[in-house]
Ligand binder design. Structure first.
Ligand code: PGA
Length: 253
């Protein structure tokens, strides 16, 4: 049975004390409310918070993720953080392909594939994000866009590698805008993505891969989106910054 997942993407938010406090609150909530083994909670704080947070959370309750890693292994790349460095910190996962990275830092599929390969080399799982822009939604090219984003990256992986991937469908027009895809729009795209994975990697892998929805997911709308057959939880931005909101979303999977 595939995992149902709620992942918090904190982006460039929270001071360090605030981040420690937030992660401790989520940790204590999870230690009081036993989650079934098919449910998984992930938090993705800024780089600077990862080490102290790794000391206050129970890794069997919360998976610690980074928001990015370098596309090169090591060397003269001022300001970059490598997959190996993350691994040494106790990080288990990394978000790659987020639309903010694609848009503001020009990360294309070639760069993303290098990052994916390095993350896998250092045994990090990956939340790989795909999503179309508003223009692509309006001119109805969104299926082609998502297909391209997946074929250029994930289709270069082998069967063992694809098992380390969680896909997040995040329509760019829904991120941080307060506008969500309808449950049916999400389901339609998730089903399409699962079919792509099935055609390339076979039925079993496509049934086991978790596909998350992201984009203005909140306590008030999470349940109706997560109820859809091919939606296996969410990647949550704004609403992951308040423990109570995040906990309510956890209760919706
Ligand atoms: P949002 O962000 O929930 O604030 O829309 C989601 C994301 O970018 O992962």
């Amino acid at each position: 049975m595939r995992k149902l997942i709620v992942a918090g993407n904190w982006k460039m938010n929270t001071g360090i004390e605030e981040g420690i406090q937030l992660s401790s609150e989520i940790n204590s909530y999870l230690s009081k409310n036993n989650l079934p083994s098919n449910k998984r909670i992930i938090i993705s704080p800024p780089y600077t918070h990862l080490y102290p947070i790794s000391k206050v959370i129970n890794p069997s309750l919360i998976t610690l993720s980074a928001q990015n890693c370098a596309s090169t292994e090591n060397g003269a790349y001022t300001g970059e953080i490598s997959a190996q460095m993350l691994k040494e910190l106790g990080v288990k996962m990394v978000i790659l392909g987020h639309s903010e990275r694609r848009q503001y830092f020009n990360e294309d599929s070639d760069i993303l594939l290098k990052k994916i390969k390095l993350a896998l080399k250092y045994d990090l799982e990956i939340i790989f994000c795909v999503g179309e822009s508003l223009k692509e939604r309006e001119n109805k090219t969104y299926f082609n866009i998502i297909e391209r984003q997946i074929k250029d990256t994930l289709f270069n992986l082998n069967e063992n590698e694809i098992k380390k991937i969680i896909i997040a469908y995040e329509p760019v027009w829904a991120i941080g805008t307060g506008k969500t895809a309808t449950p049916n729009e999400a389901q339609e795209m998730h089903e399409f993505i699962r079919k792509l994975i099935k055609n390339k990697f076979g039925e079993q892998i496509s049934e086991e891969i978790s596909i998350l929805y992201g984009g203005s997911c909140k306590p008030g709308n999470a349940k109706e989106i997560f109820e859809k057959k091919d939606v296996d939880g969410g990647l949550i931005g704004g609403a992951s910054l308040k423990a109570q909101d995040f906990e309510k979303i956890i209760e919706s999977i």
